[in-house]
Every structure is written in C-alpha cells, then in structure tokens.
Design a protein around this ligand. Structure first.
Ligand code: ATP
Ligand code: MG
Length: 414
C-alpha cells in the first residue's frame, strides 16, 4: 500500500479533473459508497470461485460477528447502493465513482494492495448503444490527459446459456490437454475454466491455439448485438481489435467485454477494463436490470501520463517575502485580498521570518515565478515590489489597489 506524495499530485489532479469533466459532458453523476461492506455483497456479486473473493479480500469480523470486507472493486457496492436507495426509478441511470480498492495480491510493478479506480456503471439500458458510448468516453479521457497508443481489445461473452454450453466444450478440451496445464490453470479447470483463456503462461497459450472459440457458440441475437456494438465503434472512429480469448476475471460479465491496454508498462498493461453485466442487479436482489460499466486503474494511468508529456507541477505563482515582523500582518492580509480578487492565483506566504536572503532562498525552492516583496516602506506607501524569479526582467512597483489587475493580466499571459 503506497503513499501518494505531493510531487505526484498534479498528475492525479489532472486525471481526476479530466474524468470529472468528461463524465459530466456525457450526463453521468457521481456516487460515493463506503470502503467497507458486508462480505456477502462482494461474494455474491463477484462470485465465490474468483481469485478476488477466494484469496484477495481483506476480510474481518466486526464486534457483533458480522463479516466485513474492504472493497476490492466498485461495482458490487454501487449495485447495493442503487438498490438500497431506490435509484433505479430514474433508469437509465448513469453513475461514476472514484476511490481506493483493496486486494491482497502479490505486489509488483503496476499491482499494489491498495490501488485507486475510477469507474462508471450504467443501469437500465440494454445496449449496445451505451456500451459503445462508454468506449468513446474512454477515448475522450485518453485524449484529454494526453495519452496515446492505448489499444482497445473487445470480445463478446454472449449469454450465460451460451457461455455455459461453451464452458462444457472448453472443459472437455482442456481435460484432454491436462498435461499442458500449469498449477494455476489446473486449479481453475473445474471451477472457472474460462479464466484459463487469459493465462499468461506461453505453454498454456500454445495449447489454447486449438481450443474451441466462444464466438462459435453465440446465437443470432448475441451475434447481432456484437455486430451492432462494433458498428457503433466504427462510427465513433474508435479503433479496436476483436480478441476471442478476452474474458473478464469476474463472473458477472456477458455480451460486450473490453480492455484498454498499453505496451509501455510491462506485464501489467491493462489500464481500463469492463463490459456488460446484465445478471448482476438480480444477483444482488433487484429486478433483472441490465448493466454495463468499466473501471480504470489510476496508478497505471498516472504512470503512463508520467511517461508521456508531464504537465507542470502545481507550484505557487507568487511567494510573499515580508521584511521584518512589522510587515507580517499587513502582508498576510494583502495575500488574502489577492486570493479574494484574483481567481486561480496561488500565493505562498513566507513563514517564520528570516533575513531577505533566507526568504529568497525559500522563494526559489518553492519554484514560484514571482515574489512580492513587502518592507515597511512598501506597507507605508501601499505599494508592492514584484520581482521576477525565473526571468531576467526588471522589478516593478505596483500600488496595492492595482495588484489585482496586474496579476489577472499576468495569469492571462502565462
Ligand atoms: P489484472 O488482470 O491486471 O489483475 P483485473 O482483471 O484484476 O486486472 P479489474 O478488476 O478489471 O482488474 O480492475 C480494473 C483495473 O483496475 C485494471 O485494469 C487495473 O488497471 C486496475 N487494477 C486491478 N487490480 C490492481 C492492483 N492490484 N493494483 C493496481 N491496479 C489494479
Ligand atoms: Mg487481478
């Protein structure tokens, strides 16, 4: 579990501001749900036979004996909240969330035990219109934060009946090829054989080349659905590759599933994943409302943003230098006035006194572009001296009353 340090915050803010504004431009509303839920909320929704529920959840007993877990993902809790608060009267319901998730996995690059996801869930819309729109929305987020080179892979998982016919055939094939399966795959063979399809083991992958393919088990309705989905993506100009082996780790997916993948982060290259989960609301005790959504891994996206163009950190614009203790109250009041008058201006006041030299050293370390210098003369005359700290430009004297205008103009041209 990692700390997120101040030097990285500008990347986090940029990502979070971008998703907020893109989601709202598609009519999505935010929901905030608890970090802890009853364990059964996850066990029911995600499935008992999944890695997440079997061995990755942080689960503990409450003082009254209730079994609780830290959330390993957002969808189950959002469904619980939507049902409990009766939000489906307004279906189709478009929601997004953001926050920490917890999974006790083996920590490695791109995989931590606390991580952050941004996700969306849409309830009450059969698709495939919304499914495709979600991907246009992702594409817009990548563009907004300056990420290029993400690949989109898509697949159809059909209906649960189709999947179950396919599962039987796949199980038979895999049992016949048992010798090529590793320990991980053997463990999945009887409980969740579809998951073997996304094994990372090259020997397993080689054997899978001859395995039956799910698309051959789809009926007309599922095929039409998937064709419609792909057609909409074409219309949006969203590029994709159909990957017939793409299955999602969680049991509740059906029809369209997708992953956005980068080759720039090593093995943990999936930055966003999702799909349709029409059975989930019913599993959680509601009517059979259709649903679709995705979740992005924020840490992986931030890493990728760092590799691409790194935007400027949020350094202060102005450092306030105050000569002598007498200048402090007036100086800090002036800073307050500037925060009132100039929207977006970032001012850092010098703290703890010190000589001019010491204060300018701190000003330099703050990476501010400008310093306001206030001595007793300046305060007596209501005039500030402005020094440019990063450019060779003469210092300026500006009357307090004109400072607001001066900084407004400066912000515009910088
Ligand atoms: P993976 O195949 O990488 O384990 P997953 O299928 O378990 O992913 P999802 O449950 O679909 O992942 O979560 C969506 C996204 O959240 C992932 O694509 C990834 O970007 C991110 N994510 C999942 N688990 C972690 C983790 N332990 N650390 C960091 N990011 C994660
Ligand atoms: Mg995982």
């Amino acid at each position: 579990m990692h700390d997120t340090l101040p030097q990285d915050m500008h990347l986090w803010h940029r990502l979070e501001d971008s998703v907020r504004s893109v989601f709202s431009s598609y009519g999505f509303e935010e929901i905030r749900i608890p970090v802890v839920e009853k364990t059964e909320v996850f066990a029911r929704a995600i499935g008992d036979a999944t890695d997440v529920v079997e061995k990755e959840m942080y689960t503990f007993e409450d003082r009254n004996g209730d079994l609780l877990s830290l959330r390993p993902e957002g969808t189950a809790g959002v469904v619980r909240a939507v049902l409990q608060n009766g939000l489906l009267y307004a279906a189709p319901l478009r929601l997004w969330y953001m926050g920490q998730m917890f999974r006790r996995e083996r920590p490695q690059k791109g995989r931590t035990r606390q991580f952050h996801q941004v996700g969306v869930e849409v309830f009450g819309s059969k698709g495939p219109d919304i499914d495709a729109e979600l991907l246009a929305m992702c594409q817009r987020i990548w563009n907004t934060v300056g990420l290029s080179g993400l690949r989109l892979e898509v697949n159809s998982l059909g209906t649960s009946q189709e999947r179950s016919r396919y599962r039987d055939q796949l199980h038979e094939f895999l049992s016949d090829n048992r010798a090529s399966l590793d320990a991980d795959s053997l463990r999945r063979l009887d409980r969740n054989p579809l998951r073997i399809l996304d094994s990372k083991n090259p020997q397993v992958q080689e054997m899978l080349a001859d395995a039956p393919v799910l698309s051959e088990y789809l009926g007309d309705e599922s095929s039409d659905y998937f064709d419609g989905f792909l057609g909409l993506l074409d219309g949006f100009g969203v590029d994709y590759q159909v990957n017939p082996r793409l299955v999602r780790g969680l049991d509740y997916y059906c029809h369209a599933v997708f992953e956005w993948i980068t080759d720039d982060l090593g093995a943990q290259g999936t930055v966003c994943a999702g799909g349709r989960y029409d059975g989930l609301v019913e599993i959680q005790g509601g009517k059979p409302w259709p649903g679709v959504g995705f979740a992005m891994g924020q840490e992986r996206l931030i890493e990728l943003m760092r590799l691409n163009a790194e935007p400027e950190a949020e350094t202060p614009h102005v450092y306030l230098v105050m000569a002598g203790e007498g200048a402090v109250p007036g100086g800090m009041q002036l800073a307050e006035r500037l925060r009132d008058d100039v929207s977006g201006l970032r001012i850092q006041s010098n703290l703890g006194g010190g000589s001019f030299k010491a204060q300018f050293k701190r000003a330099d370390r703050s990476r501010a572009a400008l310093a306001i210098v206030l001595g007793e003369d300046e305060l007596a005359n209501s005039v500030a001296t402005i020094k440019h700290l990063r450019e060779h430009k003469p210092q300026e004297q500006v009357a307090f009353d004109d400072l607001g205008k001066w900084f407004d103009h400066w912000l515009q041209i910088n």
